[in-house]
Design a protein around this ligand. Structure first.
Ligand code: G6P
Ligand code: MG
Length: 214
């Protein structure tokens, strides 16, 4: 049976996948870079600079390292500004119940977000204390879809990957979970997340008891 749940954050526990999108879109519009929700799908779960690279590649724009740094920082400024308004009310419905169900079953809880803003966001959401371990994205070598961040969390929790369930809204994240040798629950579109072992429309549809046999 599973012994740990490892959650992604943005787009799984709260709607910040959209907040990231709006921050990128604001920067892209200012720079005249074509960017839309379709391209954004490839950005989900991907780290900050790689996300900018995808936007630039799609726009056919080449920039210097300094220019890229400046654009990434500008986007992050917009994002940080937006999450300053976040409160526990912004948790997706069902999150508190899922965390309680997991705790009641004695499961370890980990967080595997690629975001350097994850700790601050968890604080704003009021759930930082619910996790046994929160990965520090700045200390992870290879970004999703590499398995590194999920393996880091499993090791910190002291649970074998085969006993972990990863929960992700991003294709890159589901790929990372599978490559870590874990079971994957996709949150969102089943076609986009075809690699997941199970796919749910949202976290509210996650019944921990149904997934974790006693
Ligand atoms: C998550 C989100 C991505 C975001 C990345 C880096 O993986 O899904 O959209 O680009 O984190 O976030 P950061 O806050 O470090 O720029
Ligand atoms: Mg996500």
């Amino acid at each position: 049976p599973a012994q740990a749940l490892i959650f992604d954050l943005d787009g799984v526990l709260t709607d910040t996948a959209q907040t990231h999108y709006r921050a990128w879109k604001r920067m892209a519009d200012e720079e005249g870079l074509p960017f839309d929700q379709h391209v954004n799908e490839q950005l989900k779960g991907v780290d900050r600079m790689s996300s900018l690279e995808i936007i630039l590649r799609h726009a056919g724009r080449t920039l210097s390292a300094e220019q890229k740094q400046a654009l990434a920082e500008r986007k992050n400024g917009y994002y940080v500004e937006a999450i300053a308004e976040v409160t526990p009310k912004d948790l997706f419905p069902g999150v508190a119940r899922v965390l309680e169900q997991a705790r009641a079953r004695g499961l370890k809880l980990g967080l595997a977000s690629a975001s350097r803003n994850a700790a601050a966001l968890l604080d704003r959401l009021g759930i930082a204390g619910r996790f046994d371990y929160i990965a520090d994205a700045a200390r992870i070598d290879r970004a999703k879809p590499a398995p590194d961040i999920f393996l880091d969390v499993a090791a910190a929790l002291g649970v074998a990957p085969a006993r972990c369930i990863g929960i992700e809204d991003a294709a890159a994240g589901v790929a990372a979970i599978k490559s870590a040798g874990m079971a994957a629950i996709g949150i969102g579109d089943a076609t986009t997340l075809a690699q997941a072992d199970a796919c749910l429309a949202d976290i509210a549809a996650f019944d921990v008891d149904a997934f974790v046999s006693p």
